[in-house]
Design a protein around this ligand. Structure first.
Ligand code: AMP
Length: 303
């Protein structure tokens, strides 16, 4: 696996790759990799010819007082993991390559229509940081298929819109949520959880699954179902930031389910750790409901 640190070097390598008519697959990450990231990479391996992974803990998406400094990092073991997955190239830029010396950069990309709801309501500067870094990375990588996890469904919706409205040369490929055996959505931040907090966190999936199953059985009382979900979370002492059913594209609250795509989304604070999770809800023309709950990671036993 080639490791590249500079944007210009990366552009040069990838222009050569595309010159051979190969399709570039790109997986942006903040590192401390787990099987959730691995599933994006495996999909990219099947779907494209040359897979690039970036690892960059992006400072602009963390607000003051958030966990930028303590965010877990382990580049050595990430490199070993990426080697086993057969990644072609790892991009590990220094912050100054992306934001200039002394952080002198002045351009911010903001998808203002949908970046202040859900997570944006609790992390008001977060998505401007995300869209700015993803725009920079996609401009450096150039024409590609970019694989993103539905764990961060709002992020996918916002990046979709940015790519469309800025005519960027990338196709965003959403990938399902990968869960631990307990059904907790995998996240680099799960490492902050104590054993008892991991137990408490199980009720996130319980709440989602209760609502999802009721929707599948034809229950249409969305307010009552969200209240049920809220009770489940509160019962397990989770501090609920939101539990909402939203339209995937507009991120507007859904009062009823018509043909379309929705996200049943939860954010809680468990101890001191903020956790997000969701189910993706498809409603067909005939009002049939299909719910994507994600997949539990089956360890091969030699991890
Ligand atoms: P991060 O390193 O947390 O910024 O995540 C990098 C990419 O991996 C994003 O597209 C995330 O949505 C995706 N990702 C993180 N955790 C999971 C998961 N449990 N399942 C699927 N994708 C994930």
């Amino acid at each position: 696996m080639e490791i590249v640190k500079g944007p210009i070097s990366l552009k040069t390598v990838l222009n050569e790759v595309r010159g051979k008519n190969l399709v570039v697959g790109f997986v942006p990450t903040m590192g401390f990799l787990h099987a959730g990231h691995g599933s994006l990479i495996e999909t990219a391996k099947v779907d494209t010819d040359f897979v690039v992974v970036s690892i960059f803990v992006n400072p602009t998406q963390f607000a003051k007082g958030e966990d930028l400094e303590k965010y877990p990092r382990d580049l050595k073991s990430d490199i070993e993991y990426l080697e086993t997955l057969g990644v072609d190239l790892l991009f590990v830029p220094e912050a100054e390559y992306l934001y200039g010396q002394n952080n002198e950069h002045s351009t911010t990309v903001s998808v203002s229509a949908i970046n202040k709801v859900l997570d944006g309501a609790f992390r008001p500067t977060h998505f401007d940081g995300v869209t700015t870094i993803v725009a920079k990375l996609l401009n450096i990588v150039g024409s590609c298929r970019c694989f993103m996890g539905m764990k961060d469904a709002q992020q996918v919706s916002i990046v979709y819109r940015m790519v469309r409205e800025l005519f960027m040369d990338a196709t965003i490929v959403p990938c399902p949520i990968i869960r631990e055996v307990s059904n907790l959505a995998m996240s680099s931040r799960n490492t902050y959880l104590s054993d008892s907090e991991r137990e408490q966190a199980k009720s996130i999936f319980t709440a989602l699954n209760h609502i999802g199953t009721e929707l599948e059985h034809g229950n249409k009382d969305i307010d009552a179902l969200l209240n049920d979900g809220m009770s489940i979370l509160i019962r397990d002492n989770l501090e609920v930031q939101y539990i909402q059913l939203i339209e995937f594209e507009s991120l507007k609250e859904a009062r009823e389910l018509k043909e379309g795509q929705y996200v049943l989304a939860i954010a809680v604070v468990c101890g001191t750790t903020r956790l997000i999770d969701n189910f993706f809800v498809h409603v067909g023309m005939d009002n049939s409901i299909y719910i994507d709950r994600g997949k539990v990671f089956e360890s091969s036993g030699d991890e």
